[in-house]
Design a binder for this molecule. Structure first.
Ligand SMILES: Cc1cc2nc3c(=O)[nH]c(=O)nc-3n(C[C@H](O)[C@H](O)[C@H](O)COP(=O)(O)O)c2cc1C
Length: 347
């Protein structure tokens, strides 16, 4: 047997064993139709299907720490105990098919489109079609850290195996670490990663020993004057001091796409950033972005550019992406017996 790693090599993150290197990244479903942040049957079917489809790690969509932190009022939340049980039902079902479950905890900040008055690090508007945000007071920033902590606590209660803190795509933590949107003169302005680090520290306090903490980071901003990979590597090193186990590397989101040099969105366009952050921090990385070609995704693992790949739109199109991948790259994986005739033995 070759020692070369491939998509179906198991991986252990902190104490969590995952059956393969395939993750489903967080993808908002905007489907909490009662506007109560509570997961429903759509979410149940959506996530359970990807578990049946062989996904090693499912990261549930951005789930928000307060109502005003939602991108839309149909996004999920974990600010209330009533939101725990429906998520637990999903987690328990997905576990039956061997998937490990993570959840992305976040706050949209100035990009909370349905909030009456969005909040942010500073009163800098996203674009003319977004509302004017209000800068959080120093006391409110501290309270916000506690809201993240309570949401993480509820996620643990729901049975999740891992926590992902959303530090990317121009949402609240990103708004604090970006010099474009953090113009504060208090300690949270002087130290751009302080808010995110306090959130990570608070999360750790309520997570069981051995549970992986994932941090999603935009490694470049595609706007005039935005930060690039060098800055991202610096802040990644700051964030890792709080006990992050894995970086999930994405990019963009801090401004409307502008003149800041957006790379082409060809296959694997964010992989080089994942590789560099992995190198700079020495921590495992999840690569994401146009990796739905099976050979391409397998190459990212084989070449050790990243430790896992996340397949977003590819998995929206095909819940059985992981099973198909095993068929395409001729690697064994367990096929649910109900689906066996669609994946006949290739030997
Ligand atoms: C419908 C949809 C919803 C998304 N929602 C989130 C989200 O909740 N949190 C997040 O960090 N990224 C979100 N993303 C970005 C994806 O996680 C992923 O990074 C992106 O789709 C690129 O991967 P892909 O090319 O495999 O789709 C979303 C993407 C899509 C298509």
């Amino acid at each position: 047997m070759s020692q070369e790693k491939h998509l179906f090599s198991p991986i252990t993150l902190n104490n969590l064993e995952i059956k393969n290197r395939i993750a489903m990244p967080p993808m908002c479903q905007y489907s909490a139709h009662k506007k109560d942040g509570v997961a429903n049957n759509w979410h149940f079917v959506h996530y359970a299907s990807r578990a049946v489809g062989g996904t090693g790690l499912i990261i549930v969509e951005m789930t928000n720490v307060e109502p005003a932190g939602r991108i839309s009022d149909r996004c999920l939340g974990l600010w209330d105990d009533a939101q725990i049980q429906p998520l637990k039902r999903i987690v328990d079902e997905c576990h039956k098919y061997g998937s490990k479950m993570a959840i992305q905890i976040g706050h949209a900040g100035r990009k909370a489109e349905d909030a009456p008055e969005p909040v942010s690090a500073s009163d800098v508007r996203f674009s003319s079609s977004y509302k004017q945000p209000r800068a959080l007071s120093n006391q409110e920033v501290k309270e916000m850290v506690q809201k993240y902590k309570r949401a993480v606590e509820r996620a643990v209660e729901a049975g999740f195996d891992a926590i992902e803190i959303h530090g990317a795509h121009g949402y609240l933590i990103h708004q604090f670490h970006s010099p474009l949107t953090n113009l504060r003169d208090d300690e949270y302005g002087k130290d751009k990663t302080l808010f995110g680090r306090e959130v990570l520290r608070a999360a750790k306090e309520v997570m069981p020993e051995g549970m992986p903490l994932i941090f999603r980071l935009s490694a470049a901003e595609y706007v005039e004057g935005g930060y690039g990979l060098d800055y991202a590597m610096e802040i990644a090193k700051e964030y890792m001091k709080e006990g992050i186990d894995v970086f999930h590397i994405t990019s963009g989101g801090e401004g409307p796409i502008g003149s800041g040099g957006r790379p082409g969105v060809h296959a694997g366009y964010q992989v080089p950033m994942a590789r560099e952050i992995k190198k700079a921090t020495g921590l495992p990385a999840i690569a994401v972005g146009k990796l739905s070609d099976f050979e391409m995704a397998n190459a990212v693992i084989g070449n050790e550019d990243a430790d896992m790949v996340a397949i977003g739109r590819g998995m929206l199109r095909n819940p059985n992406w992981a099973l198909e991948a095993s068929f395409a790259i001729r690697r064994d994986t367990e096929i649910p017996y109900q689906l066996e005739r669609a994946f006949p033995a290739q030997k």
